[in-house]
Design a protein around this ligand. Structure first.
Ligand code: ZN
Length: 305
């Protein structure tokens, strides 16, 4: 007996997580064009940038321009990452409708990524949440290093549940558990999902998985078997965190869609359009991509669902 969902919502993170480690800065106009193409492929939720310090993450310096170009007339959820009050103010000024808070569950990664310990980072989210709620912006959240931290080792599931409590109180409608360095295994995914659910049975959970050790889809499967219906993925499997040594690419959107469709779980995405956009993305970044489907000459095209 399983609780597999009938339908999964994928948030495409290639324009944020995917591009932030690329040595080449993809021009703003090309990011906007790719976002439109991803929406053509059926994506209804995309991360399009991050309101972070542009000197630390230069690939995200054009987040305002990308977001404001995409917002008019778009029905898709266009998420941008926010860590603090400054980010929230920038998001509101740009007219954001959807924002993702990010907090690390581990001290080491929190200090490297957000420049503050977990408690202080959560306090900053509370400040940001107040600004965003006042402007009517919808919020979700990502808990980074929810399974393993590159500095502190394994993350206790109870700690993840505790951080989730704070983020839920801050108004996050969906909380995504991130395997930032791709070092989780399926039992750990199950244990952490169960721990968060035990404390928050009504909370919508998502998974954000990296594929460093080839276990990304196995971890996705573990979460799917528990009914998790929200997944982040990056087309072609590119991506990684600049402040997490050893982080490799995300699970590929193309690979995840292939798995889901083959197993009868619908996504609303068209695999053929997705494959065409993936080819365009490879040209934009100037190198071959890393998803499994990007490496087979004639990818089997499962039926759209
Ligand atoms: Zn990531």
């Amino acid at each position: 007996m399983t609780d597999f969902p009938d339908r999964v919502t994928i948030t495409e993170v290639v324009l944020r997580d995917g591009l932030q480690l690329e040595p080449v800065i993809v021009p703003t106009a090309e990011k906007i064009r790719l976002a439109h193409r991803l929406i053509d492929a059926g994506l209804t939720s995309l991360e399009v940038g991050a309101f972070v310090n542009p000197t630390r993450v230069p690939q995200m310096a054009d987040t305002e321009e990308v977001l404001t170009a995409l917002l008019p007339g778009s029905a898709a959820m266009l998420h941008t990452l926010v860590f603090n009050r400054t980010g929230a103010e920038r998001a509101v000024a740009a007219g954001a409708r959807d924002v993702r808070f990010v907090v690390s569950a581990s001290e080491g990664h929190s200090k490297a990524n957000a420049g503050a310990g977990v408690e202080q980072a959560l306090d900053r989210i509370d400040e940001a949440a107040e600004i965003l709620a006042g402007a009517g912006v919808r919020t979700q959240a990502t808990i980074a290093t929810a399974f393993v931290c590159p500095f502190d080792g394994p993350t206790a599931p109870q700690q993840v549940a505790r951080v989730a409590t704070r983020l839920k109180a801050a108004g996050a409608a969906v909380i995504h558990l991130a395997d930032t360095i791709g070092n989780a295994n399926p039992s750990q995914v199950r244990e952490t999902v169960a721990s968060v659910r035990e404390r928050h049975p009504d909370l919508e959970l998502g998974l954000h998985l990296h594929d460093t050790y080839g276990m990304g889809l196995a971890n996705a499967w573990a979460a799917l078997s528990m009914g998790v219906a929200h997944f982040d993925a990056s087309l072609g499997g590119i991506g990684g965190c600049p402040f997490a040594p050893g982080a490799a690419g995300n699970i590929g959107t193309d690979d995840l869609v292939h798995l889901l469709h083959r197993e009868g779980i619908s996504t609303g995405l068209d695999p053929e359009t997705l494959a065409a956009v993936r080819d365009e993305l490879a040209i934009a970044v100037g190198h071959p991509l890393s998803s499994s489907l990007s490496q087979v000459p004639a990818a089997p095209a499962p039926p759209a669902r």
